[in-house]
Write a protein of this length. Structure first.
Length: 308
């Protein structure tokens, strides 16, 4: 009796839990969702409509419940009471086929450039780089965005500005996320590029993205917590990016400083503008010089210089 070929197994639909918010508050709202569901969340702004949502994608529908909704409502109220402009804060829950989820990104993730040296684009884009322009190919994942958040863009801008032609420069990425900063550093010509994160999913995603950009043999990723007593992950680096919440930047200041080479550059991002003065004072008290700061909505980032 001839055997019948088995039908390909269809992947279960995703449950998308989204909160309508603002570009100023998207990272804070995404952080709230990540804390409630115990997995990273992502945020995006639709290219055409300008609408911003923070979302978490659940592989099992059982992960969504009335108590979870109540936690979100309470958390959003806490953010609003703290002065974070979360916007509408409307919660929506929808079923999304994995194929539809992948296609939806193509509508709002367009290529963007950082200065004249760097082009960030999705794999489906046919855009060609300019002369001497490095290219980072980055597709969105379930748990990480595409590098368009203002704090990530600030870090990318500082990478471009810090790169010295032909010079040997080392780079460290504290808090990998998608790995975009480490990948961009390799593409720009940095050597001994290293990144670490305390989230195993971040390590996995960063490794996938590094392989897609064909630089996986030129970067080292570590699963490590800033509070790890083993200390740093190598020698101090010429440029260090720490895109973290302000409490981590304050709590682990000495460990972060130990990773910066004398005369090196430290980029601090992921900080609400109301919290930035506290962070700036702490690092200036340690002897660093604040060379540049930039506000984007409710976020503020800064470039600091370690004394020689």
């Amino acid at each position: 009796m001839p055997s019948r070929s088995a039908k390909p197994k269809q992947l279960a639909a995703l449950t998308r839990v989204s909160v309508a918010t603002t570009t100023e508050a998207d990272e804070a709202v995404a952080g709230l969702l990540a804390e409630i569901f115990g997995q990273p969340a992502t945020s995006y702004t639709h290219f055409d409509s300008g609408r911003t949502h923070a979302s978490v994608y659940l592989g099992r529908s059982a992960e969504w419940s009335r108590p979870k909704r109540e936690q979100i409502v309470v958390g959003l109220k806490g953010l609003r009471d703290a002065g974070v402009p979360i916007g509408a804060g409307r919660i929506s829950v929808t079923k999304v086929r994995r194929e539809d989820w992948a296609e939806s990104w193509k509508k709002h993730f367009r290529p963007f450039v950082i200065g004249k040296s760097l082009l960030i684009k999705p794999s489906w884009s046919s855009r060609r780089p300019g002369r001497s322009q490095a290219v980072v190919v980055l597709d969105p994942g379930l748990s990480f965005g595409t590098g368009q958040h203002p704090t990530t863009r600030f870090c990318l801008e500082e990478l471009v500005a810090s790169r010295q032609n032909e010079a040997r420069q080392t780079f460290l990425d504290i808090g990998l996320g998608s790995g975009i900063l480490s990948i961009a550093a390799v593409k720009l010509g940095f050597s001994d590029v290293t990144g670490f994160d305390n989230d195993p999913e971040a390590i996995r995603v960063a490794q996938v993205n590094a392989r897609m950009n064909r630089i996986h043999r030129m970067v080292n990723f570590f699963l490590r917590d800033l509070g790890d007593r083993r200390g740093g992950v190598g020698a101090p680096c010429d440029v260090v990016c720490a895109n973290l919440t302000y409490d981590l930047l304050l709590q682990h200041r000495e460990r972060i400083l130990a990773q910066v080479e004398r005369g090196g550059c430290l980029v601090l991002a992921g900080i609400l503008k109301s919290q930035f003065p506290l962070v700036a004072r702490a690092y200036q008290a340690a002897g660093l010089v604040l060379e540049r700061r930039e506000r984007a909505g409710d976020w503020e980032s800064g470039r600091f210089r370690m004394p020689s």
